[in-house]
Structure formats: C-alpha cells, structure tokens
Write a protein that binds this ligand. Structure first.
Ligand code: PGA
Length: 253
C-alpha cells in the first residue's frame, strides 16, 4: 500500500456541477503516481457521478460517513454494504460527527468493524478539543479514541488514522510541529505498537485541520505523518493540487 496520502473531505459542499468540474480538473492535471493515494470524499448523492468521471484515473473515492448496520430502519442513513463497490474509503469518527451528531467511541468502533467487513478502508479521525489540549490531556484523549476505535479490529492493514485537533478544524489555527509530533507519537504510534506488537503494517497517519499550501509541509515533513486530510482547501482546485504536489515532494525526500 503506498504511504503518502492526500484526502479531500468536501463535507456538505459543492453542487453536482461544481463537484464534477473539480474532479475533472483534478483528473486532467494530476499525474498518476503509483506511490501515492489521492482520495476525494464527496457527499453521498454525488459518489456515483464523481466515480464515473474518475474512471481510469488513479484518484480514489471515499464516503464521509456510514452507519454501522448492514440494513434496516435507519431513516436517512447509508450502510457499508451500500457503499461497497462505489467507493474504496470511508471517513469515520470525524469530529463533526462526534460533536454535532453525538457519535461515541463505541459507535465509531462498530462502524470501523463494519466498514472493514464490507471491504471498505476506514479513515478513523481522532483529535482533542481546545480545552483538552489546554488541560494537558490531548495525548490521553487521542489514545483512548484510537484504542476504542480499533477495538476488535485484528487486521489494521487497510486502516488510516487522521489526527485532527478539533480546535484546528476550519479555524485557520494550527498546532506547532512539535505538538503534533508529540501527540502522534504518544497518542497514536505507541498505542498501535502496544495493541499490534506483531504487525508490520502500521496504519497510515494523516494530519488534518486548516491545512493549506502554506502550512502543509510543516506537517508532512514529519516522518510519522504520511499525508493530510484537507477540508476547506480541498474545494478549491488550485489549493488542493498544490497541497498534493507539496505533500508528494516532501514525502519523496
Ligand atoms: P479544514 O477541515 O481543512 O477545513 O480545517 C479538515 C477536516 O475537517 O477534515
């Protein structure tokens, strides 16, 4: 599995026309790179149309969420079995899902298991609030989210973990390189080594939160970080393609 990875999380943005234009431009301009994974995550109704545009392209598609059940009376929800075959990745446990829709570590864990059962590759999001950071608890919070999110997951080969400090998402504020390194090593890397002592395949680790072309290298220069999860800047073709190019350059060194 190639390590460098750049994921665009479009959230509830883009009309169908804008979505198709954006992926058509990305498809035309990004040189296929077998050593990297580029993923766009449109809203559910656009997944099929976007995947048609991306046929024969190396750009992959992800969903922004899914329900843990296979089917049933869950009005408004989408299951992993419905997404299987339409997209390769699924973002789970995004802080907006946790804070606005009350998703718990336990619920997110069941979704991770269900995603894997359905052949989808989960991108598990973790991260602390500003208050948790200020009280010195960031690594502990992230540790718990990683441990709980991966409970009952035996094979982590196709899991990606995105560290996104909640206070950095959509705010233009970013943590220092040192702080990110510290939290990723203690809150993520050490935990993975503890729970999977025999695994040769440590999941890819991404940074997310106000990533722009100006700051992306602050994060991707860290050898523990394989790439970025980009929100706002992924809606803009110029910004996103610059972030892709800068990440690949940083990771090639
Ligand atoms: P942002 O969002 O880049 O707009 O801060 C990141 C995310 O929510 O994944």
């Amino acid at each position: 599995m190639p390590r460098p990875m750049i994921v665009g999380n479009w959230k509830m943005n883009n009309s169908l026309e804008q979505a198709l234009q954006l992926v058509a431009s990305l498809k035309d301009s990004l040189t296929p790179n077998p050593n990297a994974e580029i993923v766009v995550c449109p809203a559910f109704p656009f997944v099929i149309e976007v995947s048609r545009v991306l046929e024969n392209s190396s750009i992959k598609i992800g969903a922004q969420n899914m329900h843990s059940a296979q089917s049933g009376a869950f009005t408004g929800e989408v299951s992993g079995s419905m997404l299987a075959g339409l997209c390769e990745y699924v973002i789970l446990g995004h802080s907006e899902r946790r804070s606005l829709f009350g998703e718990t570590n336990r619920f997110i864990n069941i979704k991770v298991v269900s995603a894997l059962d359905n052949g989808l590759k989960p991108i598990l999001c973790v991260g602390e609030t500003e208050q948790e950071r200020d009280s010195g608890n960031a690594s502990t919070v992230v540790r718990t989210q990683v441990k709980s999110g991966l409970a009952d997951v035996a094979d982590i080969t196709s899991v990606t973990i995105a560290y996104e400090p909640i206070w950095a998402i959509g705010t233009g504020k970013i943590p220092s390189q040192e702080a990110v390194h510290e939290i990723i090593s203690h809150g993520i890397f050490e935990v993975l080594q503890e729970i999977y002592p025999d695994s040769y395949n440590i999941p890819r680790i991404l940074y997310g939160g106000s990533v722009t072309p100006q700051n992306v290298v602050n994060f991707t220069a860290d050898p523990l970080i394989d790439g970025v999860l980009v929100g706002g800047a992924s809606l803009d073709y110029n910004l996103f393609s610059q972030i892709v190019a800068l990440t690949l350059e940083a990771k090639a060194n």
